[in-house]
Design a protein around this ligand. Structure first.
Ligand code: ADP
Ligand code: TRP
Length: 326
C-alpha cells in the first residue's frame, strides 16, 4: 500500500481539467492506497486577496471533491492551513534551495507574463509545494502535466536535504497520466481557472451548456473533413473509450459533420455523466457540518504524520539544542 498524495488550489470553480488531470485519478487511487488529499488554500493566497472568496472557494472545493467520490472515512482529507506545520517546514527547506532553481520555474514565469504581481509567495510557491509532499511522506503524487516541473523540484529538494542532513524525507515519484494530454479549455489553451476558458464541473445547466457551445472551432465547411487536433475533439475524447474515440475520428473524417451538433452531443454526455455527483453535491451544501467534521478529523490525522517528519527534520538540522528544547 503506497501513500498517494496530492493537492488542489481553491482559486476558483473546479473544472474538467482538474477532474481528468488529477481528481478522478486520486479518487480511483483511494481504493487500494493510503490516500492523502488536501485543498491548498495557502497556495491560493498567492493570487486571492479577498477573504470571503478564499474561504468560500476552499469549502466549495472540499465539497466538490467529496461529491465526486473522495471518501473522507477511507482517505485523509484536509484543508492545508489546518496543518500549519507545512509553513515551518517550508522555512527549513528554503535554506537548501538555490534561487536559480526557483528562477527556472516555468509556472512562475507564465504567471508573470500574464500580469501577476511577483510577490515572494508566488516565487517560493514550489518550496511550499515540496513541503506539502515531504512532510506527509508522499510516495506517489498524481498531478496534471503542468505540475511536472514542480515535482522535479520537490525531488531535487528532498535529495539535497537528505544528502546534507541525513535521510529524513521520502523521495516522491510523480504520477502523470501518459495518455491524457493537458485538457484544453474552450479557447484551445490549457484549461485553467485563471484563464477564463474553463468548463466547470458543477454549475447551472444554462451556463455550462453555453461554455460547451463556445468551444472554439475552425472554419471548415460542413462538407469538408474536420481536424481532430482541436479542443472539441480532444474534450469529447475524455468521455469516450478507445472504440468510441475511433468512431469519433471517423465521423470527423467524413463530410457532413456539423460542429454545433457535436457540441450539443458532448454537453449531453457531460451532463449525464455528472448527474449523480450533482445530487451528492447538492446534499453536501445542505450538510456543511458533516463536511467540516470530516475535514477536522482529516487535519488531525495529517497533523500527526506532519509532526513525525517535522521533528526528524528539526533534529537533523540542529534545532533541538538540549534536553528541554522542543
Ligand atoms: P488551475 O490551472 O486551473 O489553477 P490547478 O493549478 O489548481 O489548476 O491544478 C490542480 C490539478 O489539476 C493539478 O494536478 C493540475 O496539474 C491539474 N490540472 C489543471 N489544469 C489542467 C488541465 N488543463 N489539464 C490537465 N490537468 C490539469
Ligand atoms: N501546485 C499544485 C497545482 O497548482 C497544487 C499543489 C500544492 C500540489 N501542493 C501540492 C499538488 C502537493 C501535489 C502535491 O496544481
Amino acid at each position: 500500500m503506497k501513500r498517494v498524495l496530492s493537492g488542489i488550489q481553491p482559486s476558483g470553480d473546479l473544472h474538467l481539467g482538474n477532474y481528468f488531470g488529477m481528481m478522478s485519478r486520486m479518487i480511483k487511487y483511494q481504493e487500494e492506497n493510503d490516500l492523502f488529499c488536501f485543498i491548498v488554500n495557502y497556495h491560493a493566497l498567492t493570487t486571492i486577496k479577498d477573504k470571503e472568496l478564499l474561504a468560500s472557494n476552499t469549502l466549495n472545493a472540499a465539497m466538490d471533491f467529496i461529491a465526486l467520490g473522495l471518501d473522507p472515512d477511507r482517505s485523509t482529507f484536509w484543508i492545508q492551513s489546518d496543518v500549519p506545520q507545512v509553513c515551518e517546514s517550508t522555512w527549513l527547506l528554503s535554506n537548501i534551495v538555490n534561487v536559480g532553481l526557483l528562477d527556472r520555474a516555468t509556472s512562475y514565469k507564465d504567471k508573470l507574463a500574464r500580469g501577476m504581481t511577483a510577490n515572494v509567495g508566488l516565487y517560493s510557491y514550489p518550496i511550499l509545494m515540496a513541503s506539502d509532499i515531504l512532510l506527509f511522506g508522499g510516495e506517489i503524487v498524481p498531478v496534471g502535466k503542468d505540475q511536472k516541473q514542480h515535482l522535479e523540484m520537490t525531488r531535487d529538494i528532498a535529495i539535497r536535504f537528505n544528502q546534507t542532513f541525513g535521510d529524513v524525507f521520502v523521495i516522491p515519484e510523480p504520477d502523470i497520466e501518459k495518455t491524457t494530454q493537458l485538457v484544453p479549455g474552450i479557447d484551445g489553451q490549457k484549461m485553467s481557472k485563471s484563464y477564463g476558458n474553463m468548463i466547470p464541473i458543477f454549475g447551472s445547466e444554462k451556463s455550462i451548456r453555453k461554455q460547451f457551445m463556445s468551444i472554439i472551432t475552425d472554419s471548415a465547411g460542413i462538407n469538408e473533413p474536420k481536424d481532430t487536433h482541436t479542443p472539441l475533439f480532444q474534450l469529447y475524447c475524455l468521455f469516450l473509450n478507445e472504440d468510441g474515440q475511433k468512431d469519433l475520428a471517423d465521423r470527423f473524417a467524413t463530410p457532413g459533420l456539423r460542429y454545433g451538433d457535436v457540441k450539443k452531443e458532448l454537453f449531453e454526455y457531460f451532463w449525464n455523466q455528472f448527474e449523480p455527483y450533482r445530487d451528492k453535491r447538492e446534499y453536501l451544501s445542505n450538510h456543511k457540518d458533516y463536511v467540516l467534521d470530516k475535514l477536522k478529523e482529516g487535519s488531525e490525522k495529517a497533523g500527526t504524520v506532519a509532526d513525525i517528519y517535522l521533528t526528524k527534520a528539526r533534529e537533523a538540522m540542529g534545532l533541538h539544542y538540549g534536553e528541554t528544547s522542543v
